[in-house]
Ligand binder design. Structure first.
Ligand code: ADP
Ligand code: DP6
Ligand code: CO
Length: 351
């Protein structure tokens, strides 16, 4: 049996300007543009191996060792696009094996909690698309591949780039202009760090996909967010990143996290992603910034209670020290810290 295979990793990305809402559910076209920071490959990431063979009889996915369906419309949309591009490659060179005709076996592992609001769908679909693109030796660039990853999970399009990334919502109906672009590589702002506070690794009750649909359908505040708030913030945040203006970047990041959780609460029935610990983190960061007389740390929360704290390396001791001290005083909390040399995570468990 001949098996062809290729592996790829993709890190998670944490949005600083949130994607929340689809204008087209099938193509995963968003109601607003978004911005994120992709974490380093050494931290939270997905590792995916894609294999294909004439002897495989169906497409299969093993996620974290468990057989999962690849039959979902979104997974099939990614596979169909990738096979279509491979067919073009094969049409140009008759001698190539017809991999586009073979079934795929995908083995994928996340080194962090899945479906807990730490962007597993982003790293997961980005790694899936890049592993298959590698297997098929596709010539397409990252922005082209980002359109395919987007169909798997919207946020996945941004994980194909490192550093500071924008997902331009686009306005075409077919989604051809809804893609990720680089705002700046991580090397542009190497002192920017992120600490991941794992408050809970439980699977969330409301998956992102259904949560945002509920918001679009029921929240009044949502219209204000996508028309008045986010378009302006999108331009301001890009400017702050390019100017390496931490205070501005931090303020916009915190405000957007709060705005996103506000439209969740304004959904009917309401959606709660933050828990009491998340709220303690919010208060702690505001208190720290007040004490300092300037903004040295920013929190953001995706669709889950886990916090991501952005800070400049120069303030690492102050920011992480405060977090350690605070949470080590809470009874029942355990924590461990890895060497916080790059974008890194601290796990806090308990309560
Ligand atoms: P998260 O906040 O972790 O992104 P979502 O609700 O958006 O949570 O998506 C979780 C879903 O993403 C999982 O149930 C699974 O279907 C998919 N997913 C997660 N990791 C992978 C992976 N490595 N490969 C393929 N799909 C994945
Ligand atoms: C809060 O990309 O997971 O993390 O497109 O339905 O798969 P689907 O949703 P997903 O939503 C992410 C929402 C968010 C914000 C963000 O990452 O921009
Ligand atoms: Co997700």
């Amino acid at each position: 049996m001949t098996i062809f295979s290729a592996s790829s990793t993709a890190p998670v990305n944490i949005a600083t300007l949130k994607y929340w809402g689809k204008r087209d559910k099938l193509l995963n076209l968003p109601t607003n543009s978004s911005i994120s920071v992709t974490l380093s490959q050494n931290d939270l990431r997905t590792l995916t191996t894609a294999s294909c063979s004439a002897d495989f009889d169906s497409d299969k996915l093993w996620l974290n060792g468990k057989l999962e369906s690849l039959e979902s419309v979104r997974s099939q949309a990614c596979l169909a696009d990738l096979r279509g591009l491979r067919e073009k490659v094969e049409a140009k060179d008759e001698s190539l094996p017809k991999l586009s005709q073979y079934k795929l076996h995908i083995v994928s592992e996340n080194n962090f909690p899945t479906a807990a609001g730490l962007a597993s769908s982003a790293a997961g679909f980005a790694a899936l698309v890049s592993a298959i693109a590698k297997l098929y030796k596709l010539p397409e660039d990252m922005s082209e591949l980002s359109k395919i990853a987007r169909k798997g999970s919207g946020s996945a399009c941004r994980s194909l780039f490192g550093g500071f990334v924008a997902w331009e919502m686009g306005d075409l109906e077919n989604g051809e202009d809804s893609k990720a672009v680089e705002v700046a590589p991580l090397s542009h702002w190497p002192t920017m760090k992120a600490a991941i506070l794992v408050v809970s690794d439980d699977k969330k009750d409301t998956p992102s996909t259904s949560g945002m649909q509920q918001t679009v359908a029921t929240s009044d505040l949502f219209q204000h967010r996508i028309t008045e708030v986010v378009p302006k913030r999108f331009e301001e945040m890009k400017k702050a990143i390019l100017a390496k203006d931490f205070e501005k970047f931090a303020e916009l990041t915190m405000k957007d996290s709060n705005s996103f959780h506000a439209v969740c609460l304004d959904s009917y029935p309401p959606i709660f992603y933050l828990n009491d610990t998340s709220k303690q983190v919010i208060k702690l960061i505001h208190r720290l910034n007040e004490q300092e007389g300037k903004t040295i740390a920013a929190y953001t929360f995706d669709a889950g209670p886990n916090a991501v704290i952005y800070y400049d390396e120069i303030n690492e001791k102050k920011v992480l020290g405060l977090i350690y001290n605070y949470f080590s005083q809470v009874a029942g909390w355990e924590k461990y810290s890895k060497d916080v040399s790059t974008l890194d995570k601290i796990e806090v468990q308990g309560t």
